[in-house]
Design a protein around this ligand. Sequence first.
Ligand code: GTP
Length: 250
Amino acid sequence: MLASLLMNQEASVSPTEMHVALIGMKNSGKSAIAVKYLTKRFLGEYSSDLEDTYCRQESINQMPLMVWLMDTVDSAERDPMRYLSWADVFVVIYDTTSRLSFQVAEQLLQQIASHEHSLCTRDHKTMLLGNKIDLERYRQVSESDGEKLAKKYSTKENIVLFAEMSATDIHARVVATLHKPIIELITDRANRRSPSPRLYSSDSEVQARRQKSGFMSLKNVARSGTLRRSKSPKQLKNKTGSKLLKLFHT
Ligand SMILES: Nc1nc2c(ncn2[C@@H]2O[C@H](COP(=O)(O)OP(=O)(O)OP(=O)(O)O)[C@@H](O)[C@H]2O)c(=O)[nH]1
């Protein structure tokens, strides 16, 4: 009896889906990381002006979890609220061979921090991720610089994680790296025993748009397989096509 009560309580605080936004400067490797995570392949050529959201069914800590991955495009014309109001996990990616991309990563950490304080009450996790470490000889950003920056934007309640990786690395390591902030957030939420509400202000708008325009529901996704492409909130208005589909047709 007690065991089943505890199990029910556990189920009620466990998330069934996690929204992960990959953000960072153009060419930092967001698409390469997304493609590797979703398909186990590393592909060298991408179309850079397309933005998509994909999902993959995972088992994390022995719990089924739908991971939604938004592969964003770095563009001043697009509203950052599309990921700020959507994501549970922000993966801020920079290219370790580009100092400029590291500066952009700092601006993005700043953006997340100000959003968090002024608008957002929902808990989230951020990870600063240095990519392309296979190109060690061209490195412009040291590992300790990355660590320092992550520390700078960490608070007592919310630590910004830091990792380095290469999208050319083996699939298991890419998956393990992307799962780090997800696992931390799940653990934080379970410890607090209070799942943060997803529906508020801009989130409810996204939710309403999803229903109106047939955004793939969790049920449909579970019924029809593990990897699915769906549309980001922005694309519900403005269809741009799919990077992945495009990739596999070329
Ligand atoms: N050597 C190496 N090349 C990488 C790595 N990650 C990405 N690249 C390459 O870097 C280039 C840019 O990668 P993308 O994944 O398109 O970068 P992005 O951040 O999605 O760029 P936008 O879509 O323009 O915002 C591509 O030629 C990739 O093949 C990596 O870890 N190592």
